[in-house]
Design a protein around this ligand. Structure first.
Ligand code: PLP
Length: 382
């Protein structure tokens, strides 16, 4: 067997949740957890539940766990452990981090966001702009939903302080050349602020190679528990005055962390490492190509029509059937998909899908070709 070939049966055997008859194509809203993640959460609560810094076993084990969680986060994002920040979810972390950088901004400063972004990387800036009298500019996308880098460049000025952008769209799956956007941001003297939430289950992240200054993701989208994770480049974080209680050691974290979820996070990173990105990417490509090749003509797919430049997240409509109805009918057949705009407000409105949105099927590596075929046959039958 080639190194990159995924044994999907062996993968699925590691997830109790995947014994259910459901085809889980709802990964963009949150993935299933392998049993190792569930066990790690339970084991922490059984054996090590305590606050930090105490002179007794459970507390010492909790100290060690938090240190390990930072190491796991640093290996997942390729940064220093001290550059990692845990929080409730991406959106909460982003509101906190944007408030912090807001302390360095002045009225008239400009923020560039993109029409490919989830609102979790847009509204925090709109709210900050409201409070501080900043200007938010939108970099446009083309009709094929790729980010228009020329338009992004045209939005930059000597007042631009931050360029916020996604690595992949949670609506249409389109990926972004994060390295190029970071270069453009830096050339304008701005901070590069990446939303990696949707990209994280599909490929490796290397914040240094990307050259971004801030990056956010959510472990519950990559086989871990409900948690948020951010990277803030040390050189930048040191220049910010953060909101924290005086004795706290960590610059951005404001209280006791959900230790049991950190235990699950460590297990999730170990899980991804045990599979490997090459195998994950090759299998996801097979699933995506199968779907693209067999999508019935009654369906309209939005965004890129091949697997190049995208992850296998597909937004489509079915002629004559409202997206909610399609999702409900698929739900009755134990096929889990989403409908609506999934908070990707700008891209959906740009595609003329503002009201009802579209159906979204998102594949991850634990899905099978047989599940994709089930979805296609169900769509054919509509
Ligand atoms: C691309 C993207 N950004 C941000 C978010 C918000 O993440 P969270 O639920 O962790 O706040 C999501 C959630 O779906 C997302 O897909």
């Amino acid at each position: 067997m080639a190194v990159t070939e995924l044994d999907v049966d062996a993968v699925r055997a590691r997830f109790s949740a995947l014994r259910a008859p459901t085809a889980f194509f709802d990964g963009p809203g949150g993935t299933q957890c392998p049993d190792s993640v569930i066990d790690a959460i339970a084991a922490y609560l059984r054996e090590s539940n305590a606050n930090l810094g105490g002179p007794f076993g459970a507390s010492r084990r909790s100290d060690a766990l938090v240190a390990q969680a930072r190491l796991s986060a640093s290996s997942f994002l390729r940064c220093d452990p001290e550059e990692t920040v845990f929080g409730a979810n991406m959106t909460t972390l982003n509101f906190a981090l944007t408030r912090t950088v807001g302390r360095t901004l002045r009225a008239g400063d400009e923020i560039v966001v993109t029409r490919l972004d989830h609102d979790g990387n847009v509204s925090p800036w709109l709210e900050l702009a409201h409070d501080l009298d900043l200007t938010v500019r939108f970099a446009d996308i083309g009709g094929d939903t790729t980010l228009d880098l020329d338009d992004l460049e045209a939005q930059l000025s000597d007042r631009t302080r931050v360029v916020a952008f996604p690595l992949a769209s949670n609506a249409v799956g389109t990926t972004v050349d994060g390295r190029r956007v970071a270069e453009l941001a830096h050339a304008a003297g701005a901070i590069a602020w990446a939303d990696a939430v949707h990209y994280a289950p599909h490929g490796p992240i290397d914040v240094a190679a990307l050259g971004v200054d801030v990056l956010l993701c959510s472990p519950y989208k990559f086989f871990g528990p409900h948690l948020g994770l951010a990277y803030v480049r040390a050189g930048l974080a040191g220049t910010w005055r953060t909101y924290k209680v005086r004795p706290a050691h960590h610059r951005f974290e404001t209280g006791t962390l959900p230790h049991e979820l950190l235990a699950g996070f460590v297990a999730a990173v170990d899980y991804v490492d045990s599979i490997g990105w090459d195998a994950i990417r090759a299998h996801e490509r097979t699933l995506g190509e199968r779907f693209l090749a067999s999508l019935p003509s009654s369906c309209t797919l939005y965004g890129l029509q091949t697997m190049d430049g995208r992850v296998p997240t597909f937004a489509f409509t079915v002629a004559g059937v409202p997206p909610r109805r399609v999702a409900e009918r698929l739900g009755l057949l134990e096929i889990a998909v989403w409908d609506g705009n999934y908070y990707a407000v700008e891209v959906m409105s740009r595609l003329g899908l503002g009201d009802e949105g579209a159906v979204r099927a998102g594949f991850v590596h634990y899905n099978t070709v047989a599940e994709v075929d089930r979805l296609v046959h169900a769509l054919e039958a509509m």
